[in-house]
Ligand binder design. Sequence first.
Ligand code: SF4
Ligand code: SF4
Length: 240
Amino acid sequence: MKIDPELCIACEACLPYCPMAAISMKGDVATIDVDECVECGVCFRAGVCPVDAFVEEVHEWPRSVRAAFSNPLTVHKETRVPGRGTEEAKTTDVTGRFKRGFVGITAEMGRPGVGVRFYDVEKVAQAMAKSGVEFAHDNPVTFLMVDKSTGKLKSEILNEKACSAMIESITTVENIPAVIKALREAAAQIETVFTLTISTKLEADGSALCEKPLKKLNVPLYLNGKVNVGLGRPLFKEES
Ligand code: SF4
Ligand code: SF4
């Protein structure tokens, strides 16, 4: 994104709209810190500039990864999904990926309003890999890995920045303590924030096998259920 200095009238209306605080006044024009800008397009789409001074740019690789992860109107070419580019955690009732005894663990990095550099995504992904998770297949972060067994990302993107990125994985209930330990260690080494989503199938009595180990590890749980209203056709056979 850039601002045409010939058009800007320094009204400052755009300043509060940037989630990365990348727009500032330099003398009598607004400018964008290109290193902090994640190419989310919010300033452009907000339509607050009275003189249409914002100019959306198309970037080459590796900078193009910023819009791919930050602009909800950009479609990830590998997954063909816009936004964060993943439907994996949202389609479990159709795919049946999380069988009994397994959980999905997703680290959602950079939200809210902090942003994330890919070198920090790599640190968390490497910690998760070491703890023995398997990364989700149709996930944009997984597509950026040069080695799925270690979580190593393509070196040219490491300093790029995005609004957020989701590392999705699957592991066994028994392995939860190892993953949480690894994530706690990684959290101390990064410059941003992440939240964890643990996805699981419920038992017949409404309990979840992962609750006990998570509580034992003092991981605070905020339950968030999903109800299948029958719009997705299950592609798997229910376990007996
Ligand atoms: S594209 Fe997004 S990050 Fe960049 S200046 Fe505009 S609002 Fe800020
Ligand atoms: S809203 Fe437009 S004119 Fe006003 S400071 Fe921002 S870029 Fe300049």
